[in-house]
Design a protein around this ligand. Structure first.
Ligand code: ADP
Ligand code: MG
Length: 276
């Protein structure tokens, strides 16, 4: 089947949802980590019968607030170049705005959610990334302590903002894809789903019809060096998650209506699926 045809067939309809119902029990009780960010934030249908853990960044909002404050916004290989001032603003926007907005929306949808960052319950242990000389205070997660997540997930949907401090209390900007991959691995999640604003991993970045619908983790790892922009940390996070024991990973267009439900509960085959 051509990628184009797959995309057309994935379009939301009541029929597509009805075919989903038999799958709901199959998933029941399994942990699914959902990376939610950027343009995907319009997605409202967050769950049915699953244990979701939401991990988010705040790219566009952080950029908006930085620009309002007259700060320079720069990216290097998909990572935000972060001086201490940038990290301060990023953390304020991530926790004070983006995280609380997501929690509110999930609450209003009838599912109680709890917001937290990597600092809460010392969930993330971070250190500077290898190319810190180029990107500044960007952190890499060394360890995820899932204890606090498991406590919260027993009764609430955890919503994790990708920021954390090191042992000395210095704050770092942590790429949300990387955080989602680490969290998924630490939880040994059934699945990690990356909601984004493109149909998936594209062979040619500006050609939506060049969707790569399936790949193995080895294939992704081999291609990684040639992938640029925001897709690179996403694919790197997927490799990390699957090598860490996550069952599969999916990149889907979260701005498409019902994309998440379609992915979870139908055979519509949307986006890019990566398997071990
Ligand atoms: P988010 O992390 O919020 O999902 P990003 O902007 O960080 O969004 O990452 C997604 C972006 O990656 C796409 O909008 C696209 O511009 C860019 N990109 C670069 N290379 C590719 C590729 N090969 N396939 C798909 N998207 C790509
Ligand atoms: Mg990104």
């Amino acid at each position: 089947m051509t990628p184009e045809r797959r995309t057309q067939e994935g379009v939301a309809s009541v029929e597509t949802l009805l075919e989903a119902l038999p799958y709901i029990r199959q998933f029941h009780g399994r942990t699914v980590v959902i990376k939610y960010g950027g343009a995907a934030m319009r997605e409202e249908d967050l769950r049915v019968g699953l244990n979701p853990v939401v991990v988010h960044g705040g790219g566009p909002d952080i950029t908006t607030y930085m620009e309002r404050l007259g700060m320079e916004v720069r990216f290097h290989e998909g990572l935000r170049v972060s001086d201490p001032e940038t990290v301060e603003v990023a953390k304020m926007v991530l926790l004070g705005k983006v995280n609380s907005d997501i929690v509110n929306r999930i609450n209003r949808h009838g599912q109680p959610a709890v917001g937290l960052s990597g600092d809460d319950g010392s969930m993330f242990t971070v250190k500077p990334v290898a190319n810190a000389d180029q990107v500044g205070n960007v952190g890499e997660i060394e360890r995820v302590d899932v204890d606090v997540l498991n406590h919260i997930a027993a009764d609430y949907i955890p919503v994790v903002a990708s920021a954390a401090a090191d042992v000395d209390g210095n704050s770092y900007n942590v790429n949300a894809d990387a955080a989602a991959g680490k969290v998924a691995a630490a939880l040994r999640a059934h699945k990690a789903i990356f909601l984004t604003d493109v149909p998936g991993w594209l062979e040619t970045p500006d050609d939506p019809s060049s969707l790569i619908s399936r790949a193995t983790v080895d294939e992704v790892e081999r291609a990684l060096g040639d992938v640029a922009g925001g897709m690179r940390p996403k694919l790197a996070a997927i490799v990390e998650a699957i090598r860490g024991g996550v069952g599969s990973a999916q990149i889907i267009d979260g701005s498409r209506p019902h994309s998440l439900l379609l992915e979870l509960f139908t055979d519509a085959g949307i986006g890019t699926m990566v398997t071990p």
